[in-house]
Design a protein around this ligand. Structure first.
Ligand SMILES: C[S@@+](CC[C@H](N)C(=O)[O-])C[C@H]1O[C@@H](n2cnc3c(N)ncnc32)[C@H](O)[C@@H]1O
Length: 246
């Protein structure tokens, strides 16, 4: 049995603050760069499917890669503004630096330090509320989802991009071995930190809700038209749906 990792906010925040300088490099290294493609595909889908105009919120934005993917793909302004929220000031600091160096298309971007469990925004204000590889780190999944849905406009899109387990048995075995045995050793060696961040990563992925469980939770919380899109043999999954219009 995989132990359930400690997700106390202070521990998680301190861990991401500590690995922030290595985060982007290790992300792209361990995924062979595929994580960029996942965000790109997700953003394309969300922009295509969302009919509501208005701002976009990236919850647990970290170093801003999902926000950047939106920034690069938004063609029509449709009143778009981009917001990113994360409780790790060090991740945000790197995100701000990246956004500044990107020659943007006039779409305003704002990053702020804040908690996904109590989003500092009014109810019904975003056309798209999305999170990439963030939700499984949030101490209380239901409350995190509730907050994402609360700040989304009725008729807007709520989306989660997260690691998942490939369903193909051989691939699943290889993936588990890589995740449990290879990744923690290399990650911990490179990004040495006392919180064992690269042991936490596989533990958090292997014990997190599966896509169908997240779909049920979203349905229960009033999200309709739910779609799941497995990416790269199901190593990651995009889940998205529409906030019900009352
Ligand atoms: C794995 S990173 C993902 C970063 C980014 N979204 C990406 O696509 O690379 C997870 C992020 O979630 C943030 N996080 C975890 N729990 C949070 C919470 N309760 N409130 C805000 N941010 C949180 C962490 O600080 C970290 O930056």
């Amino acid at each position: 049995m995989q132990p359930i990792p400690d997700k106390s906010p202070e521990k998680i925040r301190r861990m991401f603050d500590a690995i922030a300088p290595w985060y982007d490099f290790l992300n792209h290294f361990f995924s062979l760069g595929i994580d960029r493609r996942w965000r790109r595909v997700a953003v394309k889908q969300l922009l295509n499917k969302t009919t509501r105009e208005g701002s976009i919120l990236d919850v647990c934005c970290g170093t801003g890669d999902l926000t950047l993917a939106f920034l690069k793909q938004i063609k029509e302004r449709k009143d778009r503004k981009l917001y990113g929220i994360d409780f790790s000031p060090e991740m945000i600091r790197i995100g701000l630096r990246k956004i500044k160096t990107y020659q943007n298309n006039g779409i305003p971007v704002q990053f702020a330090v804040g908690n996904a469990l109590s989003l500092p925004f009014e109810t019904d204000c975003f056309a798209i509320v999305a999170t990439a590889f963030g939700l499984r780190n949030v101490g209380n999944t239901e409350q995190g989802l509730n907050e994402m849905i609360r700040v989304c406009k009725p008729g807007g899109t709520v989306a989660i991009l997260e690691f998942s387990m490939p369903t193909q048995p051989v691939l699943s075995t290889v993936y588990r071995f890589y995740f449990r045995s290879v990744l923690p050793r290399i990650g911990q060696f490179l990004a040495r930190n006392q919180d064992n961040a690269y042991r936490y990563l596989p533990e958090s992925v292997l014990t997190f809700e599966e896509p169908n469980e997240l779909v049920l939770k979203l349905q229960h919380l009033g999200v309709t038209n739910l779609q799941t899109q497995p990416l790269t043999f199901g190593i990651a999954t995009l889940i998205y749906g529409t906030k019900k219009i009352e």
